[in-house]
Design a protein around this ligand. Structure first.
Ligand code: ADE
Length: 306
């Protein structure tokens, strides 16, 4: 097609969806709960200035078979015109508990709940990061905006990873197809992104950035295990609400600041602190790959009988 839209974009899907209530609003646009025949769905409505994110997310979901318990499930995309205004919709499964950020703000966790959350996120990340060959295969994908607001909590206690608007496949990186003016969230940016020393041609470097951000998410989750501290975004005490790139570069690169893992003598909690430190290490080459984190967490979960 001349517009360059992926073939699977359905221009009629929006007509079958009823928007019910707005559940989120931000720099990206809005999220609504809606209904699609008998199903509850979530509809993300993008600002037209962020068309690149809608296009990338639509492209990835329609060209890569991404069905995994820990990746937000896709229903479809739609581009419609309303009073000469382009509307970009991304329709997915709906999760009534909302984002991990909201969940952690509301509730404390048992060690078991913590483990289910952490293992399910790393499972989703591992699936994204892995090249799978064959007819049901997929290229390795780096997410590039891992944070607690981009992770949803399912009613079974597991999480799924959402927002593929900045994601890149191994193929995008090797072909230099990266043109999205949007950047990742500054608060979760790795030191090598902040000091601009990262090799932008290396796919593996993007995976290492995801692992750094995942380490910060682990800290947010582990803090909420009883006796819990209040939920805080990482680095909140140092940079407050809306840090600039320069604020973040100063604390993360120059001062080497990292969050303080909670002090808890329980062996599982001591181990969790060690894992997050290995994820957010200044030296990207020593950060743990998702598969290693998964194996370590599985072993920890099996040994923790509480
Ligand atoms: N917030 C953002 N996306 C959502 C979804 N799919 N379900 C519930 N809340 C959300």
């Amino acid at each position: 097609s001349g517009s360059g839209l992926p073939l699977m974009v359905q221009r009629t899907l929006a007509k079958q969806v009823t928007l019910i209530e707005r559940i989120g609003k931000g720099r990206y646009g809005e999220v609504w709960r809606g209904s699609w025949y008998a199903d509850s769905v979530a509809v993300k409505i993008f600002f037209s200035r962020d068309e690149a994110s809608w296009r990338r997310e639509t492209e990835i979901y329609s060209t890569v078979l991404l069905r995994h318990d820990n990746i937000l499930a896709y229903v479809g995309s739609d581009m419609t015109s309303r009073n000469s205004c382009t509307q970009l919709w991304l329709i997915t499964h709906f999760h009534p508990l909302g984002s991990l950020y909201e969940h952690l703000s509301r509730t404390t966790l048992t060690r078991h709940q913590m483990m289910v959350i952490c293992l399910s996120i790393v499972n989703g990340l591992l699936h994204l990061h892995t090249d799978i060959h064959g007819t049901q295969g997929k290229p390795a994908i780096a997410h590039r905006d891992i944070k607690s607001k981009n992770i949803l909590v399912k009613v079974n206690g597991e999480c799924c990873i959402a927002d593929l608007g900045l994601a890149v496949t191994r193929h995008h990186v090797s072909a230099g197809l990266m043109h999205n003016p949007r950047q990742g969230t500054k608060r979760y940016m790795s030191p090598e992104m902040l000091d601009q020393s990262m090799n932008l041609q290396s796919f593996d470097c993007y995976r290492k950035c995801d692992i750094y951000a995942f380490g910060l998410v682990l800290w947010e989750v582990v803090r909420r295990v009883c006796p819990a501290a209040e939920h805080r975004p990482p680095f909140y005490e140092l940079v407050g609400h809306d840090p600039s790139f320069e604020d973040m570069r100063k604390i993360v690169c120059v001062e080497g600041a990292r969050p303080e893992p909670p002090v808890d003598s329980n062996p599982t909690m001591v181990f969790m602190a060690a894992i997050m430190r290995e994820c957010w290490h200044q030296n990207a080459s020593v950060r743990l790959p998702a598969l290693r984190i998964k194996k370590t967490l599985l072993k920890l979960a099996a040994n923790d009988n509480a």
